[in-house]
Structure formats: C-alpha cells, structure tokens
Design a protein around this ligand. Sequence first.
Ligand code: FDP
Length: 340
Amino acid sequence: MKPISLTQFLIEQQREGRINADLRLLIEVVARACKRISIAVGKGALGGVLGSAGTENVQGETQKKLDVLSNEILLEANAWGGHLAALASEEMDDPHPIPDRYPKGEYLLVFDPLDGSSNIDVNISVGTIFSVLRCPEGVKNPDEKAFLQPGTQQVAAGYAVYGSSTVLVLTLGDGVHQFTLDREQGNFPLTHSRLRIPEDTSEFAINMSNMRHWEPPMRRYIEELLAGKTGPRRRDFNMRWVASMVADVHRILTRGGIFIYPRDLKDPGKPGKLRLMYEANPMAFIVEQAGGAATTGRERILDITPAQLHQRVPVFLGSKNEVERVTGYHLAADRAGEPA
Ligand code: FDP
C-alpha cells in the first residue's frame, strides 16, 4: 500500500480533532522550509554555502553561512501565514515579532535552524529542531516572557535530519511519526508510525573528551559502562557520538541508546551545553512520546520552567532504564551530600 503523505497525515489529525487548521498549516510550512534547507545542505560546496558567515550568535558561537541561511528560510516561510504570534530562534538574540502587515495567529514557534553546526563543512548529518507553544491568552505582542513555558506545554515538536536521506520526525502529543523526503516527488511520505525506543540498551552517546570535568555520579556511570562484562553491569557497551544532536537522537529513536550532554565543571557557571527551549524540550517531548525518558540528571526536562529563552541545561535522554539509572546516581550523590 502506498504510504500516506505528511499532508494527508495532518488532514487526518485535524479530522480526528487532534489539531486545528492553523497548527496543520504551521507544520506544513515548517516541513516546506526543511525541504528548502535540505536542498541547500545537499548542494554543499556547489551552493557556495559552506564555511563561516563571519558573525556570532547570541551565545558567542561563530555562525556558519548555512546557520544564517536556514534561519532566514524558516523566518521567511513562517512570517506571513497567519498561524504564528511570534518566533524565537537559537540564532537570534530576541523573539522575532510577526510583521504588522501580516495577520497573527495563536502559536509560538521556537527553533534551532541548523543543529550540529560543526558538522556542516565535513558532510556529516545536521538537522533542524522545532517546538510549538501556544501564545498565552490576551498577549498581543509576545516578548521573551510569553515563551518561558515548561516543555509540558508544547503542542508539537519535531526535527529534520539532513543525512543520507532527509527525514522529518514529528509528535503532536500522540506518538512519534517519521516521514522521509521523496526527493523526486517533493513530498514527505509517512515511513514509520508510533516509533518506540527500547527500554534497555547497550549503546551510549557522549563526548568522552570532557570526562575529567564531569561530576562524580556521571563519572561513576560511564566508568561502569566502560568496565563492560567484567564490571558491575556484566555486559559490554558500545559508544557512538556523531556530535550532531539530531543525528544522535535519531539513532536512539531508531534502535535505542542513551544520549548525554552532562553538566561539566570546566565552566561551573554554565549548567550544560545544550539549550532548553531549542534542543532539550523538543527532543524530550519526542523521546517521552516514544516511551523513553529525558532528565537533567536530576529532574524531568519537561517540568522545568525556563528563566531565559537561551537557557542551557544538562541532557540525559533515550532508553528509559539507562536514563533512570544515571539520574538515580545523581540523586543518590546529592542525598549523600557528595561535593561536585
Ligand atoms: P554544535 O556545537 O556543532 O552545534 O547544539 C550543539 C551541538 O552541536 C549538538 O548538536 C551536539 O550534540 C553537540 O553540540 C556537540 O558538542 P561537542 O562539540 O562537545 O561534541
């Protein structure tokens, strides 16, 4: 049987009363923008888009030309449709209002236009991550405060991976679904419904080069994995680290695993590397919807009320039993009053 397309899937969701017409349009527009980003990424050096843009984002990170282009594509695609009240991007200091010449809608869109920037120039998978919130009632001109909602308030989240194929993974709060870009037809057929992350895994993803900066419970957990069959876990574990969060999370969604970007003490003022609103929240929503778990090592990511748009958090997500184990190690160390 021919798979249904993203458009058909969304119409069915609307008929079943799960989404309204505006949210359907929003997802369609984001998917169309991802298709354009996919084309730009796929052109590589031929598109003249590789390399640095010579600018820095709000976090002080050097922007790549493709970071800037992807951000512009998402902004332009979403500004005029009438479905959004405002947008916020990892690449912009402040929320982006909808220009007065366009109608405004009830949703807020938050995105990381191109995740895994350091992999752009070396032909390794990168991606787009997005999250959709409702604009608080009565707010006509949403500022940063309107966006500071816990992840439990997300009405949709998804990501696209620009890899050997382009996939779009989506949750509307009722399971996780995967669509694959058909490059000839230009549409996104549904290729996997109701993805499930196995509860157990023997695969972990972490940047091991930071080990010396980790907190003791974190070191304990990884040391136990590395000890393999002869250690307390009594089995061998394998490591994979693409260094594009989208690609690492996609692998975990496909075959299980645990992804960790812990707090480290290299820069004690920084609670982690990854951004709560652009990366952790949408991925946590997706992972939980697929039966996995997502914590900061201490608390559920989706329960955090953000204090700032660009806030960072430690991230532990994926196969439930591993996330619960390492979270348990952190909580036990805190209870015992172990110094960090
Ligand atoms: P990048 O810095 O290349 O943009 O979003 C940050 C991120 O990539 C994630 O995609 C990735 O998981 C992580 O940082 C990679 O961090 P390391 O440089 O420490 O490997």
